[in-house]
Each structure stands twice: as structure tokens, then as C-alpha cells.
Ligand binder design. Structure first.
Ligand code: Q9C
Ligand code: ZN
Length: 352
């Protein structure tokens, strides 16, 4: 299978993140993508390629131009304001902040601006964040181009991940939404209705928001129940889309401890749902944080389970753009991604 990757993600690195008010060792680390890369190379069965450049237009099609400008320039402004530590918000804008007081304005100072755009304390920005973010989007678009040009499947080793980034808000280790950028771009290229299957442990709030009112990009997500886990505010089963997109969002919240058989049953339902609303291509937001040993998730998938997942998704007969999202138990990440893609190839053929 074609694997698109870039070393640019190594520049997006910081030591700690703030979880529940505590500084803890960063979980979204370069070693994640390195481990996946090394495992894919070790199979000797995949073709690795660097991303091509696609410019800003595909990003601007889904994100607010002012947010993209912020991401591009914030590190320089932060350093000019005398700070050198990773950018993490002190204040975060709540929707209730200006109740009865009119519109909010984007703050002018770097310390104020971050809390206008970023919704949590776990997504630091450092010097190399923008370059890594740009290249992750280019990785996703390069994988999508290959599929558009005829490949049955391609995998983008995106880091940072993307599915928590919304039109004008980012967080959850995500800065721009790689899967959404690709789906919108594919629609624009004439691919018809493009489905998104999100199997990261966390609900893809950003992706859901971006396509909430669209019938041409159906969105299906399996995730830990937001009544229990991050991102808390979205991903309930009664969220089904709005306006022209009513009925084109499917949320499947899962109980803690869900293991391979239970997960695969729900996955089969979600793939059928998506299949009947998609013309040709499915974009997969592949999170491996559903793994039994993942410290952010509480589901219990196994490496063999991931192989079965890949197989089941490939049985849809849809062409697949598979993009990396989360997954934090580094020692098993490589094996698990290899297993998922093996599952795809066992159905779609080794040339997939
Ligand atoms: N103590 C992705 O997997 N933080 N993002 C949970 C629990 C979740 C994860 C904190 C961070 C988002 C792409
Ligand atoms: Zn996740």
C-alpha cells in the first residue's frame, strides 16, 4: 500500500501537557509516528513516499482564514512578546463569557489570542507546530490524490492528528482537520459523496461540526461515550446532523471495556450506514487509542481485532484514504497499524 509520511512532525515536540490541571509527560509525541513508520518499513511490503504540496486552498475550504493565520504566525508573535515556552492557554473563551454583552473580539496579545482559538490545555504550540501541521495536511491530501487517481487504498501517517479541529477552533492535539480537508477536497474534485469513518477512541467533534449540515459528506463515529470521556460536549447518539445534513451524522457511543467482538458488531453497522450514503471513497480517521493498553482510552481492542477491523472496512468495497489520528501506547502502535492495513490488503489485494 502507498504510505505517505514526512519527518516534519519531529519539530512538533514538547515535554508536558496539562491534563486535569496537572502537568503530565506529553502523550502525543514524535515517537508515535516514528514507531508506526518503522513498523511499516519493517514489513517490506509497503511503498513509502513524501507528501506533495497542495497549497493553502484546501485548508481554507474548511477552516476560518483567521485561525489559519493565527496558527501560522503565533509562534513568532509569542517569542516577540518575550516568551519561549510552549503556547498553552491561560484563559479559554466560553460561549457564556459575553452573555448579554454583545460580540467577542479576538484579543490582540499573544497570551489572549491562544484562548480565543484553542479550546483545551492539552494542545501546546511550539516552533515546529505549523510546519508539522501543514505537512500533515499535505500527507493526507497526497494519500487522497493517489486514491483519486485509482489506488484502492492509501495511508497517510499524519501527525499531528486532526479530528478535534473545527472550523474556527482547535485542540485535542489537533490544529487542522486532515480528514475533513481531504473529504471536502475530494468532493471538489468530483468524487461524489465522500464518507468519513472515525474510529479514534474520542469523538471527532471537529469533523462532525464541519459536515453537520452537509449530506455529501456523511460522518460516522464510534467512540467512548462522551457522558464518560473527552471531549464531553459531543458524540451522543441523538446527534444526527442538522439542516440539509439531517440524518447524515451517526454517533455510536461505546461502554468502557468494549472488546473486539462487541466493537466489530457496531463497526459493521456503521460501515453499512456509511456505505449506503457514499458514492466511492471513504476517508478513515484511524485512531489506535481504542487499544486495550492505551492510557487515554478505556476500550479493549487487540492487535488481531485491528486486523479484523481493516478487513471489515475493506469489505465495503469502497476505496479508502486511511489517515492516522490518535493512539498513545507506543510499543504496540506499529503492530496495530500494520495489522489494520494487513486486514485491508487481505480483502483489497496486496497492490491496494
Ligand atoms: N485525562 C486524539 O486522540 N485528553 N486526541 C484526555 C484524559 C484527550 C486526544 C485527557 C486529548 C485528545 C486525536
Ligand atoms: Zn483519540
Amino acid at each position: 500500500m502507498l504510505i505517505v509520511h514526512s519527518p516534519a512532525h519531529h519539530g512538533h515536540a514538547y515535554d508536558v501537557e496539562i491534563q486535569h490541571g496537572q502537568a503530565v509527560p506529553a502523550l502525543e509525541v514524535p515517537a508515535r509516528a516514528q514507531a508506526i513508520h518503522d513498523a511499516l518499513v519493517a514489513t517490506g511490503r509497503h511503498t513509502l513516499t513524501p507528501p506533495g504540496t497542495h497549497g493553502m486552498a484546501p485548508l481554507e475550504a474548511v477552516h476560518d482564514a483567521a485561525m489559519l493565520r493565527y496558527l501560522e504566525t503565533c509562534w513568532t508573535d509569542w517569542v516577540a512578546s518575550g516568551r519561549t515556552t510552549p503556547i498553552v492557554p491561560e484563559t479559554v473563551l466560553l460561549h457564556t463569557y459575553r452573555d448579554g454583552m454583545g460580540e467577542v473580539r479576538e484579543p490582540r496579545t499573544p497570551a489572549g489570542r491562544i484562548g480565543y482559538w484553542c479550546f483545551d490545555t492539552e494542545s501546546p504550540i511550539v516552533e515546529g507546530t505549523w510546519q508539522a501541521t501543514r505537512e500533515a495536511a499535505d500527507i493526507a491530501l497526497t494519500a487522497a490524490s493517489a486514491v483519486l487517481e485509482g489506488a484502492v487504498a492509501a495511508y497517510g501517517l499524519c501527525r499531528p492528528p486532526g479530528h478535534h479541529a473545527a472550523r474556527r477552533m482547535f485542540g485535542g492535539y489537533c490544529y487542522v482537520n486532515n480528514a475533513a480537508i481531504v473529504a471536502a477536497w475530494l468532493v471538489g474534485q468530483g468524487a461524489g459523496r465522500v464518507g468519513i469513518l472515525d474510529v479514534d477512541f474520542h469523538h471527532g467533534n471537529g469533523t462532525q461540526q464541519l459536515f453537520w449540515e452537509r449530506a455529501d459528506v456523511p460522518y460516522a463515529s464510534l467512540h467512548g461515550d462522551p457522558d464518560r470521556v473527552y471531549p464531553y460536549f459531543s458524540g451522543h447518539a441523538d446527534e444526527r446532523g442538522g439542516g440539509a445534513g439531517t440524518g447524515f451524522t451517526l454517533n455510536v457511543p461505546l461502554p468502557a471495556g468494549t472488546s473486539d467482538d462487541g466493537y466489530l458488531r457496531e463497526l459493521a453497522r456503521a460501515v453499512d450506514w456509511l456505505d449506503s450514503r457514499t458514492d466511492d471513497i471513504i476517508v478513515v480517521s484511524l485512531g489506535i487509542d481504542t487499544y486495550e493498553r492505551d492510557q487515554l482510552g478505556d476500550l479493549a481492542l487487540t492487535t488481531e481485532g485491528y486486523r479484523r477491523c481493516g478487513e471489515l472496512v475493506a469489505h465495503s468495497g469502497r476505496r479508502l484514504v486511511v489517515l492516522q489520528e490518535g493512539g498513545y501506547f507506543v510499543p504496540a502502535l506499529g503492530d496495530n497499524v500494520v495489522a489494520w492495513l494487513d486486514g485491508v490488503e487481505s480483502v483489497a489485494g496486496a497492490g491496494a
